[in-house]
Design a protein around this ligand. Structure first.
Ligand code: SAM
Length: 296
């Protein structure tokens, strides 16, 4: 069989031709910034460590620039696109790839457990790989993580500022509740920083690709996961305030000050510290002490 190499979608000229042919106009409200650089796409695909035994869910295929590269590298790709105007375009651009399926819908509404069950039977390893719409980055990531989807990796292009927050270590300015949440479910690393020139139209913020490798087990033991996340959110509510102050105002009441001091002492944490200095282990210890005291 001769391997006829298809022309990449993600070149400036082919992208322009496709957009012109269909009279497509970008919708800013849907975060439409399409990739026009094949090198970046190859790097993303390489970061995701795909092979023909693996499946991929893509969120927002656009005109199929990343999708076709995923189709070449993985066994099967299912891409979820919200914008109906893109469906006939994808029909044409991805026509040559029988292992790619398009699902029309909003990824935040779709039952992804069901999608995996119904469309990836026989696949042991499934990853999410995407150039995410920036207006919903955090909501999409939190859905993927909190729903505990059986994923190997999540490799996504997002705003650099959000990528830095996700991968931040305790004691740094970027460390916050998003860092704790992401690192509770996954190992996080910023895989590459990407210039605005690789998109049309160019976004107004810097971009980066983040790689999340999902953990089988959280790195800390927590008695009550919902309480753990409430403690974390309360601790970061006002970054300039001490832990004591934040917990008193956002989880307990002013009158419970002495109790909060006792709980912090039981967890071995100085009440004058700020939330941004606590490790995942310390947050877990504190949440477990609060859980055991049965006050919350
Ligand atoms: N993957 C393409 C690329 O890299 O060139 C397009 C990426 S563009 C940043 C984001 C894509 O997500 C757009 O195609 C947009 O229509 C789609 N999108 C926006 N919100 C969505 C949602 N809630 N669910 C599914 N797709 C969405």
């Amino acid at each position: 069989m001769t391997d006829v190499r298809l022309k990449d979608i993600a070149t400036p000229s082919r992208t322009r031709d496709i957009l012109e042919k269909y009279g497509f106009s970008f919708k800013k409200s849907l975060g439409q910034n399409f990739l026009i650089d094949t090198n970046i796409l190859h790097n993303i695909v390489e970061t995701a460590q795909l092979d023909k035994e693996k499946g991929v869910i893509e969120i927002g295929p656009g005109i199929g620039a990343l999708t076709e590269q995923l189709g070449r590298a993985a066994g099967k790709v299912v891409a979820v696109e919200i914008d109906q105007r893109l469906l006939p375009i994808l029909d044409e651009t991805l026509g040559p790839y029988p292992n790619i399926e398009i699902v029309h819908g909003d990824v935040l509404e779709i039952d992804l457990h069901r999608l995996i069950r119904e469309r990836f039977s026989g696949y042991q390893k499934i990853s999410v790989v995407a150039n995410l719409p920036y207006y919903v980055t955090t909501a999409i990531l939190m859905k993927l993580l909190e729903e505990r989807l059986p994923l190997e990796h999540i490799v996504v292009m997002i705003q650099k500022e959000v990528a830095d927050r996700i991968a931040a270590k305790p004691g740094t300015k970027d460390y916050g509740s998003l860092s704790v949440a992401a690192q509770f479910y996954a190992e996080a690393e910023v895989a590459m920083v990407v210039p605005a020139s690789v998109f049309v139209p160019r976004p107004h913020v810097d971009s980066a690709v983040i790689k999340l490798t999902l953990r089988k087990q959280p790195p800390v033991e927590v008695a009550d996961e919902a309480l753990f996340f409430r403690v974390v959110r309360a601790s970061f509510a006002q970054r300039r305030k001490t832990l004591l102050n934040n917990l008193q105002h956002n989880l307990f009441t002013k009158e419970q000050k002495d109790q909060v001091i006792q709980l912090l002492a039981a967890a071995g944490i100085d009440p004058a510290r700020r939330g941004e200095t606590l490790s995942l282990q310390e947050f877990a210890g504190l949440a477990n002490v609060i859980y055991a005291a049965k006050i919350r």
